[in-house]
Design a protein around this ligand. Structure first.
Ligand SMILES: [Zn+2]
Ligand SMILES: [Zn+2]
Length: 325
């Protein structure tokens, strides 16, 4: 984490970081104290801020990641599926993120890593029972993207990031996340979010014009229209024409659109946009970019008795399990 000043309390075998900001820029943005194990290094940055860097074994890191991403009361097969994808993602990411001075950050930008607070023996068991296992495509470890809820169909990689087609990050149907909400699999603060499979957001023209001005830093004038130019396979918009009285611009990809059209961030960019006499109505589906594993769908699959191998095969078609020593 990086902050103007890091406040840390060192205990016997652990340390506590105070007031850690999580969910940065998203609707669950908040602060909490977090306890960690391993080494702590606090570095001063050129801009006067400080960065706390925690060094620890990757399997210990992973047991905190899966219990930060999902509740440890979740079905074991879900935690095991998550262990495999979080491990694969982390191994690939080391040395390849845009971070300088450390491998991965602790927030949603990389993977949630919220320390020991939520970790318990079930998380550790999921890690142990999948120890070293990764997803492979050919002889490469997969880039295991995942998100909270796809909304009924997952999205292709190229809708959200570079224009590269990744065969196992393709669009698949997900009939699972629309079923009953898997409360026992969701983290305490994720439980505060409701109606993420199908949602509606309404703005008056004034409200939307002000949000767009604040978020873009540009004066579009009154927003007159929002025209989706390109959609991915799930329906997520990745190019949007924003028509203002003073300025018209194209915006993309999906995260830029979600951030521009909300004070924090829209749940997803899969939505129909309706112009009404008062303003705009967005009717959307899903929570997150929609690529790879749908966490809520995977939780429902696990509750239905699917194994972690079956869950992974569903969301990453063509990928197979391998061992990373
Ligand atoms: Zn990061
Ligand atoms: Zn889903």
């Amino acid at each position: 984490m990086t902050a103007p000043r890091i406040e840390a309390e060192v205990r016997e075998k652990t340390f506590v970081l105070k007031d850690v900001r999580i969910g940065i820029g998203f609707h669950w943005d908040r602060r909490e104290d977090q306890e960690f194990e391993g080494e702590l290094d606090i570095r001063k940055n050129a801009d006067g801020t400080e960065t706390a860097i925690n060094t620890l074994d990757i399997e210990d890191y992973l047991s905190s990641v899966i219990s930060s991403e999902m509740a440890t009361t979740a079905p074991l097969e879900l935690l095991k599926a998550h262990a495999v994808i979080s491990r694969s993602w982390a191994i690939r990411a080391i040395g390849h993120t845009d971070h300088v001075g450390f491998d991965v950050c602790a927030d949603d930008h990389c993977q949630r890593y919220e320390g020991l607070r939520r970790r318990n023996e079930r998380a550790v068991r999921a890690i142990n029972e999948t120890r070293g296992k990764v997803l492979m495509y050919g002889d490469e470890i997969c880039d295991c993207r995942y998100h909270k809820c796809c909304g009924g169909r997952t999205e292709e990689y190229e809708t959200c990031w570079e224009d590269v087609h990744i065969p196992y990050l393709t669009s698949v149907e997900c009939p699972y996340c629309g079923e009953a909400r898997p409360d026992s699999s969701l983290n305490d603060y994720d439980l505060e979010t409701h109606d993420y499979h199908d949602w509606t957001v309404r703005y008056t023209t004034d409200e939307l014009s002000q949000i767009v001005r604040e978020k873009s830093g540009k004066d579009f004038g009154e927003i007159e229209d929002l025209i989706p130019l390109s959609r991915g396979k799930s329906g997520r918009i990745y190019r949007l024409k924003v028509v203002g009285k003073k300025l018209t611009e194209e915006v993309g990809k999906e995260l830029a659109i979600r951030k521009l059209l909300s004070k924090s961030c829209l749940y997803s960019s899969w939505m129909d946009i309706e112009k009404t006499p008062e303003g705009f109505t967005f009717r959307g589906h899903g929570w997150g970019h929609g690529v790879g594993l749908c966490q809520i769908g995977a939780a429902v699959m696990a509750e239905k008795g699917f194994t972690y191998e079956q869950i992974l095969a569903h969301y990453y078609p063509g990928a197979i399990l391998g061992i990373k020593n």
